[in-house]
Design a protein around this ligand. Structure first.
Ligand SMILES: O=P(O)(O)OC[C@H]1O[C@H](O)[C@H](O)[C@@H](O)[C@@H]1O
Length: 280
């Protein structure tokens, strides 16, 4: 499948697969920060198991089409070459518009513009949804980011304390009472209206702390299928659950409404804080 890569001047490189406009790799100084399964399927049909699949127009199961919508399983267009912005930033743009196939599932006219930007120590991904039709529509969306971790047992998540979450594994709504979360089981929780950044901290210092900042993506889904579910997934190797953690910035707890002609941008910044003092 067609992929495109670009670099900046501070040792970062990103690769985007036009299938789903899925960012599949983000390297900084030779170190890979995103997880992509060894068993990921690149067949033009199934969403890529890793990187940053784009969820649109529906997070989760969908009556009108496939789970997590169609954006991650459509072929996108690359609409620009790598272009240079302020402070050494390098960006590339991708687009997806409604077609016969999308209208059969979701009869709306839209344009998605996705801008992937490398900045110093930072990857920004920004999805702009345009309503190009003449009626209002609503949707949910999410950047389904698979972070690479060296060892899930030595990884903790910070920034969710006090947030309400729904637990998709055990059911129910709860309030997170932990400042530091260690994932050690099948974990699938939707944290709602999370203020401020979320930090992924690794005791092993190669990857260090990674900070996720979000714009118009109020919710954070945390997912790791753990051992048993991983074994049942054909596109994830049995032991790979220890090498990944999905921290997904989304607008999923209440649908976003766009009127005819309106547009809205949803973005995240993944910031490498290695070697820096991090306030959790
Ligand atoms: O297997 P997929 O369709 O890619 O979904 C992978 C996962 O995505 C999100 O994290 C959901 O909260 C999970 O419930 C789901 O299992």
């Amino acid at each position: 499948m067609p992929t495109v890569s670009f670099k900046n001047d501070t040792g970062s490189e990103v690769t985007v697969n036009l299938f789903g406009a899925t960012v599949t790799s983000w390297k900084h100084e030779g170190e890979e920060f995103l997880f992509c399964s060894k068993q990921a399927v690149f067949d033009d049909k199934k969403a890529i198991r890793g990187g940053i699949p784009i969820v649109f127009p529906q997070f989760g199961p969908w009556d009108l089409g496939p789970q997590h919508g169609f954006a991650r399983i459509k072929m996108w267009k690359q609409t620009s070459e790598a272009h240079h912005g302020d402070n050494g930033a390098v960006s590339m743009d991708f687009a997806l518009e409604d077609d016969d196939e999308t209208r059969k599932m979701w009869n709306k006219q839209f344009k998605l513009v996705y801008t992937v930007t490398l900045m110093q120590n930072t990857l920004e991904t920004a999805l702009t949804v345009h309503n190009t039709g003449d009626t209002e529509f609503d949707f949910t969306t999410l950047l389904h980011t698979y972070m690479r971790v060296e060892d899930i047992y030595q990884t903790s998540l910070h920034g969710l304390e006090g947030c309400t979450f729904s637990d998709k594994v055990n059911g129910g709504e709860h309030v997170e009472d932990r400042a530091s979360i260690i994932i050690n089981q099948n974990y699938d929780r939707v944290y709602v209206n999370v203020d401020g950044p979320v930090n992924i901290c690794q005791d092993i210092q190669t990857l260090g702390t990674l900070r996720i900042e979000r714009n118009n993506l109020p919710d954070v889904v945390v997912w790791n299928p753990w051992q048993e579910k991983a074994k049942a997934m054909a596109d994830l190797a049995d032991s790979e659950y220890v090498e990944m953690l999905c921290v997904e910035a989304g607008a999923v707890s209440s649908p976003v409404v766009l009127k005819s002609g309106e547009q809205k941008t949803f973005s995240q910044r993944l910031i490498i804080c290695r070697g820096q003092q991090v306030t959790l």
